[in-house]
Design a binder for this molecule. Structure first.
Ligand code: FAD
Length: 171
């Protein structure tokens, strides 16, 4: 099955890797020219670690992660606002929580997606659509990019994945 995917943040990287692992043909379009390279997310739990395990990336990610057994918030006076005990094992077979550095995590997920020959990743392309988002599934998609139009072979894809819809810009 052929997929056209918009966005290549961590969710898009996992989606591409999972689709590729299942043998699907995936063309990913990401507006940034390269990986974002700055941390946003700070930690992951056992369930998402299991998802990363499923795409073959968990061991790489955990090389640069720290197991987090307590998590707390304090106000400016040092008064306790919240304390969470994460010292137990999670039911997914991993620690309850890990602190991560997102650029390293994304590098590992990027490698997991690129491992599949049916996944092609096109960075520096912003998807724009001239019709209602609900018609997106028809794959009448154009990209706006300063790359020459012939740089990417455009295929019609019957299915579309939008890992992050609300930041897409529709014109
Ligand atoms: C300041 C800050 C702190 C945060 N802290 C945490 C935290 O502590 N823990 C946590 O879990 N999360 C945190 N987050 C959220 C964190 O960003 C997300 O967990 C994670 O990055 C979301 O991944 P994503 O793939 O859904 O989205 P994104 O990382 O935003 O990826 C979406 C991608 O889609 C691309 N895209 C969008 N529209 C188009 C288009 N039209 N054409 C082409 N490409 C497009 C974007 O360029 C982007 O690369 C934080 C975010 C911020 C900003």
């Amino acid at each position: 099955m052929a997929w056209l995917q918009i966005g290549y943040g961590p969710v898009g990287q996992v989606a591409a890797a999972l689709l590729g692992r299942a043998g699907h043909d995936v063309a990913v379009f990401e507006r940034h020219e390269s990986m974002y390279g700055l941390p946003r997310a700070g930690h992951i739990d056992h369930e998402i670690t299991r998802v990363f395990q499923g795409v073959g990336a968990a061991s790489f990610i955990l090389q640069d992660a720290f197991r987090c057994s307590t998590y707390g918030w304090r106000n400016q006076h040092g008064d306790r606002l919240i304390d969470i005990d994460w010292s137990q094992e999670g039911v997914s077979g991993w620690a309850s929580d890990y602190l991560i550095y997102q650029p390293y995590l994304e590098n590992a997920l990027d490698a997991a997606a690129r491992r599949h020959p049916t996944v092609s990743i096109h960075q520096g392309w912003e998807a724009v659509e001239d019709s209602a988002p609900c018609r997106f599934r028809g794959s009448n998609l154009r990209t706006r990019s300063n790359k020459p139009a012939g740089a990417v072979e455009f295929r019609r894809a019957p299915y579309c994945a939008r890992p992050l819809f609300n930041r897409c810009r529709w014109s």
